[in-house]
Structure formats: C-alpha cells, structure tokens
Design a protein. Structure first.
Lengths: 117, 246
C-alpha cells in the first residue's frame, strides 16, 4: 500500500520543469533576447506575433512552460536555501515562499496570457 | 622527478582525547607507488602506530577509501606521482565518525545496506532444480550497478548524507536498483516500501558528487533518479487509483 505523498508530485513538477527549461528557454532567450533585438534574424511583425500568441494552444503551451519552469525553480531554490545556505531553521517559511512564489508567478503568467487570447 | 614526497596524515588517538592533528612523513616517490603504498611505507619504516584500513591493493575490496587532498579516493588507485610535488594530505573519509587515525566507523552504512534487501528475492515454492537462467541482455540491464564495491566514497562525497545522516544514501539505492533490474528478482515492491520514504530517494537533491567520485563508474546519482521516477509513478497511482487497484 502506497501512502499519498506530496514529495513525489513536487519532484515530477521539478523534473518536467527542468526538461522544459533546458529545451525551450534557451531558444526563447536567444530569439527574443539576442537574435531579434540585434537584428541577426528579421523579427516577425508585431501583428503576426500577436496573432500567434492569441491562439489558445500557444497560450496554453506558454502557460505550461512558465508554470513548470517556476515549479522547477521553487524546488531547486528551496534546497539551495536550506541545504546550501544552511537555513534549516526557517524550513517552513522557505517552503511557503518558494512554492508560493511559483504559484503566484503562474497566476501572473496566466493573467498576462489571458489578456492576449 | 624528486625522490621523495611529503604526506600530511591525519592522526587521531581517542585515548589521548585530542582533536585530530596532521603529522608529516617523507616517503619515497616512485612512479608506480599509490598513496596506500606511501602509507604502508610509513607503517613499515617510519611510524608503526599509524592505523588505516586496506586489503587487496587493486580496487576491489573497497577498504582503503580516504580523503586525499580533500577528495574521496581509493588510496590504492591514487598515485603519488600524479600528486607530486606534494604535500599530499591524507585524512579519514568525511561524513563518518573517526575511530582512530584514518579508520572510520562504518556501522551506519552496515545498518542501512540490508534495509534495501540487496539480494535476490523469490517467492516460488518449491525452489526450481538448478539455476535461474538469464540472457546476456538481461545481465547488461543491471551490470553497471552491480559493480559497487561498498567503498562508501559516495557517502563521503554526498553533502546530503553529511547534513542528514538518516538519508539512506547513494550506494544503498544503487544496489536496490541493481536487484530491481535483475530479471531473476521479484522483490521490487519490498524495496520500494523502504525507498519511497523521505529518508529513501527523496532525501537526494541530485548534487551528483556520488557519481563523480565512484571508482567503479556505478553512477549512483543516475540510479537514484531512475528510482525517483519509479517511486513517483507509484505515488501518482496512489493519488489516482482506488485502494484495490494499487
């Protein structure tokens, strides 16, 4: 009999976020942070991008990407704080701040994406 | 090449109640000499009171693990010539209580190892005549994880084990994976019950030092990540399925 636990669920979110962050974030950063602003690639027009972003599937994918990347960050940063910086005393507070931050960030990204769709 | 090299060896004699101190010895620097050969030279010619564990001198017995210049190493596989001109600091493995000089208390590991049941578990009655057969492909599935020599360098390198001694640790999880992947074994469920706990796989934060220091290329960190996926699948099932179907 397996008990119901939260830890494996958090780890699955962490893992999924890690894979997505490794695969997609560099692409987005290179395109929107370097290639378009520095003129290496001709950027699509604003209307084109707006239309792509306005499609529900794009919005859904981006929401999943952001939410899982934030979950990855929260899990990693939680251990960085209480193992790396030896802040075991404030375990509860750190847990709330990290996962709470990820949830808050996900809600913000959902709201922002909802304004475009 | 200089003809001698200096060893700075950690000495701790509990009957004198002193904190560990470093004692220096100059030993011959020979191309084929390992750190263990240097320690044996000290024991034979310079200071017979030095205590340390060793046996096979060929990286199989897993007895001579120590901290060499701060890194967990098998001293029989670490060569003085590679550390020249020295000095070479030899200390007991970290994360274990020191009994004397370079000898650590491995009791905690010996208690943890049987908890993951690292042996083949079968429930067939009566036992078949002859062997349980296995193909070379089935052997390859677990062979890497079976190379573990229980040297405990991974425990010495693991910062999580250093912070939380309840963590069952890299070698034990890698050995659990070794038996889980064995086509002859039926004990995966029993091991999962131990490793699904917080002190099991979830203690690991994937620092990866265990794999870096492993002298037999077992990759305990990889084994732990595989085990986490297995444990996570079971946990998701526990959330989704009704009791009877689990």
């Amino acid at each position: 009999m397996t008990k119901r636990r939260v830890e494996p669920i958090l780890w699955l979110l962490f893992s999924a976020g890690g894979v997505l962050a490794a695969v997609f974030l560099p692409v987005l950063v290179v395109l929107f942070g370097l290639a378009f602003p520095l003129g290496w690639v001709t950027p699509p027009s604003h209307d084109h991008l707006h239309a792509v972003l306005g499609h529900p599937l794009t919005a859904l994918f981006l929401f999943g990407l952001f939410a899982l990347c934030l979950a990855h960050w929260a899990h990693r940063f939680r251990y960085t704080l209480y193992d790396g910086l030896q802040l075991k005393g404030s375990k509860g507070l750190i847990t709330v701040l990290c996962y709470g931050g990820a949830v808050l960030g996900s809600v913000v990204s959902a709201v922002v994406l909802a304004t475009v769709v | 090449m200089a003809d001698s090299i200096r060893l700075q060896v950690s000495r701790y004699r509990p009957e004198e109640g002193s904190a560990p101190t470093l004692q220096e010895y100059d030993v011959p620097l020979r191309k084929e000499w390992s750190v263990l050969d240097g320690l044996n030279y000290v024991k034979d010619h310079l200071d017979s009171t030095l205590s340390y564990r060793w046996s096979c001198r060929m990286g199989i017995c897993g007895s001579c693990g120590m901290s060499v210049n701060g890194t967990p190493e098998l001293t029989c596989g670490t060569f003085l010539a590679d550390l020249a001109p020295g000095p070479v600091r030899v200390e007991p493995m970290r994360n274990f209580p020191v009994v004397r000089d370079l000898v650590v208390d491995i009791g905690d590991f010996m208690d943890k190892l049987p908890r993951v049941k690292p042996w083949i578990i079968r429930d067939d009655e009566p036992e078949p005549d002859g062997e349980y057969l296995q193909t070379p492909e089935e052997l390859d599935e677990y062979k890497q994880f079976s190379m573990c020599i229980n040297c405990m360098l991974c425990y010495s390198a693991c910062p999580v084990y250093g912070l939380d001694p309840d963590f069952i640790g890299p070698a034990a999880i890698a050995l659990a994976e070794r038996y889980d992947l064995d086509s002859r074994d039926r004990g995966a469920r029993e091991r999962l019950d131990v490793l699904i706990e917080h002190e099991g796989v979830w203690g690991c934060t994937f620092v990866g030092e265990c794999t870096t220091v492993c002298p037999k290329h077992v990759d305990p960190a990889g084994a732990i990540q595989r085990y986490k996926l297995k444990a996570a699948k079971e946990s998701v099932k526990a959330f989704l399925l009704p009791r009877g179907a689990r």
